[in-house]
Design a protein around this ligand. Structure first.
Ligand code: ZN
Length: 427
C-alpha cells in the first residue's frame, strides 16, 4: 500500500506538470471543428500528438465495404479523408492482451451560433473551464487519456500490457469507427471508453428502443372541431399511456447501478409532428421517441410492452378503438450492457479513483456509445470520463479543468493498478 501511495504521488505530480500543455492541446482540438463527417483535421492533430509522445501510430481508413454492411451508416462517406488514428504504447513483455482507451473524434453540430455566448468552436479556456462544441464530448476526455499516458511514460513506468489509444470517427452516428477498429485491431483484455460519466466509474449502460408512432384522426374546420377527431389530442393521450408505462417499469424493475437515477429506463419523445395548417384539425400525428432498456432485458420484450400499452389505450378510446395507432421501429435500437463488477479493470479504476482523491463510486449511464460495441463483442468494458453528459450536445458546452485533472489522475493510477492486478492474477 505504501508503494501504491508513493507511486500515486509521483504520478499525480506528473499529471500536474503536463496539465497546461494538454489543456492547450485540447483547446486546439476543439478549434479543429469536427462535426461527424469532417474528422480529418482533428485526426491529424491526434496523429501528431501521439507521434510526439513516442507511441507507434497507425492511421487507418475505415473500409467502405464495412459501412455497406450497416444500412443505417450509409451517410458515412468521404472515409479516406477521416481516418481512425491508433497509437500504441508497447510493453516489453505483455502478460495480457492490450488495454484500449477509446475516444471519438467527431462532435455533434453546434446548432445556431447566436445561441452560444461565443464562437461554438472557440476552444477558449476561462473561468476554470474549457469551452466549445466537443470540449466535453469528448475532446477534453481524450486529452485526459493522453495526459495519463504522458504521466506514466514521463515517470518511467512500465506496464505489463500494451495500451492502445483509439481515436475513432463517427460515434455520434452509430460508431462506424469503432466497428472498424473491432475488425482491424487485436482483441483487447479491457476497454475504457472515455465518455463523460460525471466522475463515476460506469461498468454498465442502459439501452433504448426507438419508436415512431402514428396516431390517426379525422380532419375538420377548426371552427367546428366536433365534426372531426384531432390526431394531436389522440397523440397526447397515447403519450400519457407511455409515461404511465415508464412509471410502471420503474416501479417493477431494479438494478443496483441504476436505482438511484431519476428514471432507470428513460422514456422521452424527441419529435412531434401534427397537422399542416392552423385552420384544420389534424388528421395525422406522429411521435418519435425512445424507451430505455435495462441490462438483462431484451429489446424485443420492451418493444412488446410498448405495443401492448399503446393497444390497451387505443382499445378503450372512442375513436382509436376502431382506428388504432401504429407503432413502427425506426432502427434496431441498442441493447443495454454490463461488465462484471469484479473485473480487474473495474477494480483498477476504483483504486485509481480513490488514489486521485475520489471515493471509487460506481454508476451507470443511460446513453448509447461505442462502449456498447465493445461490450457486445465480449470485451470487459467500462465508461469513465470527466464532466456530465447532461451538459453535452447543448449550447455553451464546457468541461471543468478540475474535472479534467481528476480524470487524468484517475486514469494514470488505474493503468498502473491494472498492471499490478494482472501480475497478481498471473502469479
Ligand atoms: Zn460522445
Amino acid at each position: 500500500v505504501s508503494h501504491q501511495r508513493a507511486r500515486a504521488e509521483v504520478l499525480l505530480e506528473a499529471v500536474d506538470a503536463g496539465f497546461d500543455d494538454v489543456v492547450a492541446f485540447a483547446s486546439q482540438t476543439v478549434q479543429a471543428a469536427s462535426v461527424t463527417g469532417t474528422e480529418g483535421e482533428v485526426a491529424g492533430l491526434y496523429e501528431r500528438w501521439l507521434r510526439d509522445e513516442g507511441l507507434h501510430v497507425e492511421v487507418k481508413t475505415v473500409d467502405a465495404a464495412l459501412r455497406d454492411r450497416y444500412p443505417a451508416m450509409a451517410q458515412e462517406v468521404d472515409l479516406e479523408r477521416r481516418p481512425n488514428v491508433l497509437g500504441r504504447w508497447s510493453a516489453p513483455d505483455p502478460l495480457v492482451a492490450p488495454l484500449i482507451l477509446s475516444g471519438h473524434t467527431d462532435v455533434v453540430a453546434p446548432g445556431p451560433s447566436e445561441l452560444w455566448d461565443e464562437d461554438p468552436f472557440s476552444g477558449s479556456v476561462r473561468a476554470g473551464r474549457l469551452w466549445g462544441r466537443g470540449a466535453l464530448d469528448m475532446k477534453g476526455p481524450i486529452a485526459c487519456a493522453l495526459l495519463a499516458l504522458h504521466a506514466l511514460r514521463a515517470t518511467g513506468h512500465e506496464l505489463c500490457f500494451d495500451v492502445q489509444m483509439q481515436c475513432v470517427i463517427a460515434e455520434e452516428r452509430g460508431g462506424l469507427g469503432t466497428l472498424s477498429a473491432l475488425v482491424t485491431e487485436p482483441e483487447p483484455s479491457a476497454v475504457i471508453v472515455l465518455e463523460p460519466t460525471a466522475g463515476a466509474i460506469c461498468p454498465a449502460s442502459g439501452g433504448a428502443v426507438p419508436f415512431s408512432l402514428n396516431a390517426p384522426g379525422q380532419a375538420a374546420h377548426v371552427c367546428v372541431p366536433w365534426t372531426g377527431h384531432s390526431a394531436f389530442e389522440h397523440a397526447i393521450g397515447i403519450h400519457g399511456a407511455l409515461v404511465a408505462l415508464e412509471r410502471d417499469r420503474n416501479a417493477r424493475l431494479s438494478h443496483p447501478l441504476f436505482d438511484a437515477l431519476p428514471s432507470k429506463v428513460p422514456f422521452a419523445v424527441g419529435q412531434v409532428v401534427a397537422g399542416e395548417w392552423h385552420g384544420t384539425v389534424p388528421d395525422q400525428a406522429t411521435l418519435k421517441g425512445r424507451m430505455g432498456v435495462l441490462p438483462g432485458e431484451s429489446l424485443d420484450d420492451v418493444r412488446a410492452e410498448l405495443v401492448e400499452a399503446v393497444a390497451t389505450y387505443c382499445a378503450s378510446h372512442p375513436y382509436l378503438a376502431d382506428h388504432p395507432a401504429q407503432v413502427n421501429w425506426d432502427n434496431e435500437g441498442f441493447a443495454a450492457w454490463e461488465t462484471d463488477g469484479d473485473a480487474a479493470i473495474v477494480q483498477a479504476l476504483r483504486d485509481g479513483h480513490r488514489g486521485a482523491g475520489g471515493d471509487g463510486r460506481l454508476g451507470a449511464m443511460t446513453y448509447g456509445s461505442d462502449a456498447g460495441h465493445f461490450a457486445r463483442a465480449g470485451h470487459p468494458t467500462v465508461l469513465f470520463g470527466p464532466g456530465d453528459i447532461a451538459d453535452a450536445h447543448l449550447k455553451n458546452e464546457s468541461v471543468a479543468l478540475n474535472d479534467l485533472r481528476f480524470a487524468a489522475s484517475t486514469l494514470a493510477l488505474a493503468l498502473a493498478r491494472y498492471s499490478d492486478l494482472v501480475q497478481e492474477l498471473g502469479a
